[in-house]
Design a protein around this ligand. Structure first.
Ligand code: PLP
Length: 434
C-alpha cells in the first residue's frame, strides 16, 4: 500500500528506527531512504540487522548467504536447547500429527499434565497458559488486582514496579515500566503503577499506601542490563508483602526455566513469590508462556475472569513437556551452574586485558552481562558483523551473554576466540571516546 511521504521529524516510528540504527548503510535504513513513499510489508517497528538466518544447527545459526554465526543470544533467552534439538522437534511433530489445537471449552489432558509438572517443580498451585511473556505478565497483573478485589478491596490496584524494568509491549506491560521510549505515541498509559528505584528496599517500603496491591519485579533485570537484585532486597520485598498482605509478583520471563542455574531465579533468594510470569525458554522456541500462582493469590481468578483462544493448546504443551524433560532436573541445572561459573571466571580474566573497554561481569547461571565503559551496542554490532558472534545489547551499557543452555566446551572456546578477536580489533567509535 502506498503511504504519504513521511514528514521530516513527524512519523515517530520511522524516526525511531533510523535513530536507533547501529550500523551505517543498514538494509532497513537504506530501504527507507530509497522508498520513503512506502511502508514495508513487515511493519517496520524493528531496526532489523542484515543477518537473515534461515537454518539453525545446535548452537549456530546459518544465514541465507551461508554465513555461520555462533548464537550466544538464543533468540533473546528462548532457545534453551539450541536449534534443531531432536527431542523438541519430535515432540512438536508428533503432536502436530495427532492434535494441533482445540478450544479451552474442552478438557485438556495435555494442559493438565504440563501444569502438574510446573506445580511439582515450583511454588505454584495453579497455572494459566499464555502465548507470550507479555500475556503472562498481563495475567499476573490481573491476578494481583483480582486478589484484592475478591477480598473486598477494589481500591488496592496499584503495583509498585522498578525503574528500567522490561515487562513486554502491551498497554499494561509498557505502563508497568518507567521506560519512556516505550510510552512515546501510546499515551494514555494504564493507571496503577508506581515506579521505584530497583534494588532499593527503603524506597519500595516508602511507596506502600492504601492503594498498593503488590510489587512486580524481575529478580534479574534482563533488558535493564542483566542486573540481579540483591538478596536483602528480594527477602525484604517478601517480608513487606507478608506484613501488608501484598502480592509479590515476579517476572521471570527472561530469567526463568533453568537460565539462571536454578529452575527459577527466586530459588536462589530463598523466597517464594505469590505470582510468577514465565515464557521465552519454556517453549524452547515454540511461542508460549504461563502465569504461575499460589492458591491464595488465585482467589479472584474464577470462571470467566480470564481466557485465551490459543493459550495452552496441545502443540504448545508438547513443546513445553519436551523442554521440561530436558531441563527440569537437578543434573541439568547443576551443569548450567557449572558452565555459567566457567564462562564467568574466564570473562573476568578476559576483561582485565581491556580495562578501557569493560567494567565488570554480572548475572547468574547462563544469564550473564558484561558492563562496558563505552556504549555496548556498537560493540555488539562489531561482534556480529566482523566476528559472526551473536550476543544481545541491553541497558546500562551491557552486553548480554545468553547462550543455549546445551553449550559444550567447544562452543565456550569458540565464544572466547571470537570475543577476544573482537575486542582486539575493536575501535571505540569517535563520538564515545572521552
Ligand atoms: N518480561 C521480561 C522480563 C522480558 O524480558 C520480556 C521479553 O523480553 C517480556 C516480559 C515480554 O515477553 P514477550 O516478548 O514474549 O511478550
Amino acid at each position: 500500500m502506498q503511504m504519504a511521504a513521511p514528514q521530516e521529524g513527524s512519523p515517530f516510528v520511522v524516526q525511531a528506527i533510523i535513530q536507533d540504527h547501529s550500523t551505517q548503510n543498514h538494509p532497513t535504513q537504506n530501504y527507507y531512504r530509497e522508498n520513503s513513499m512506502s511502508i514495508s510489508p513487515l511493519m517496520p517497528v524493528y531496526p532489523r540487522s542484515g543477518v537473515r538466518p534461515v537454518r539453525g544447527e545446535h548452537c549456530h545459526l546459518i544465514d541465507e548467504d551461508g554465513t555461520r554465526y555462533l548464537d550466544f543470544a538464543s533468540g533473546i533467552a528462548v532457545n534453551l536447547l539450541g536449534h534443531s534439538h531432536a527431542g523438541l522437534i519430535g515432540a512438536i511433530q508428533d503432536q502436530a500429527a495427532t492434535l494441533m489445537h482445540v478450544s479451552n471449552l474442552y478438557g485438556s489432558p495435555q494442559g493438565e499434565a504440563l501444569a502438574q509438572r510446573l506445580v511439582d517443580l515450583t511454588f505454584a498451585d495453579t497455572v494459566f497458559f499464555t502465548n507470550s511473556g507479555a500475556e503472562a505478565v498481563e495475567c499476573a497483573i490481573k491476578t494481583a488486582r483480582a486478589y484484592h478485589q475478591s477480598n473486598g478491596h477494589p481500591e488496592r490496584y496499584e503495583l509498585i514496579t522498578f525503574k528500567n524494568a522490561f515487562h513486554g509491549r502491551t498497554m499494561a506491560t509498557i505502563s508497568a515500566s518507567n521506560q519512556e521510549k516505550m510510552h512515546h505515541g501510546f499515551q494514555p498509559l494504564l493507571a496503577g503503577f508506581k515506579y521505584c528505584e530497583f534494588d532499593d528496599l527503603e524506597a519500595a517500603k516508602a511507596l506502600i499506601g492504601p492503594k498498593t496491591a503488590g510489587f512486580m519485579v524481575e529478580p534479574i533485570q534482563g533488558e535493564g542490563g542483566v542486573r540481579p537484585a540483591s538478596d536483602a532486597f528480594m527477602k525484604g520485598l517478601r517480608a513487606l508483602a507478608d506484613e501488608h498482605d501484598l502480592m509479590l509478583v515476579l517476572d521471570e520471563v527472561q530469567s526463568g526455566v533453568a537460565r539462571s542455574g536454578t529452575f527459577y531465579a527466586y530459588e536462589q533468594y530463598g523466597i517464594t513469590p505469590d505470582i510468577l510470569a514465565t515464557a521465552k525458554g519454556i517453549g524452547g522456541g515454540f511461542p508460549f508462556g504461563a502465569c504461575l500462582t499460589s492458591e491464595k493469590a488465585a482467589r479472584g481468578m474464577t470462571f470467566g475472569t480470564h481466557g485465551s483462544t490459543y493459550g495452552g493448546n496441545p502443540l504448545a504443551m508438547a513443546a513445553g513437556m519436551a523442554v521440561l524433560d530436558a531441563v527440569g532436573n537437578d543434573e541439568f541445572l547443576a551443569e548450567v551452574r557449572k558452565k555459567g561459573e566457567r564462562i564467568r571466571s574466564r570473562l573476568e580474566q578476559f576483561i582485565g586485558n581491556y580495562p578501557d573497554l569493560f567494567e565488570l561481569v554480572r548475572g547468574k547461571g547462563l544469564m550473564l552481562g558484561i558492563k562496558m565503559k563505552a556504549e555496548s551496542r556498537p560493540f555488539y554490532v562489531h561482534l556480529r558483523d566482523k566476528h559472526q558472534l551473536l550476543t544481545v545489547s541491553a541497558g546500562d551499557n551491557t552486553l548480554r551473554i545468553l547462550p543455549p543452555l546445551v553449550i559444550g566446551d567447544a562452543e565456550i572456546d569458540e565464544f572466547f576466540e571470537k570475543l577476544s578477536a573482537g575486542a582486539a580489533d575493536y575501535e571505540i567509535p569517535e563520538a564515545q571516546n572521552g
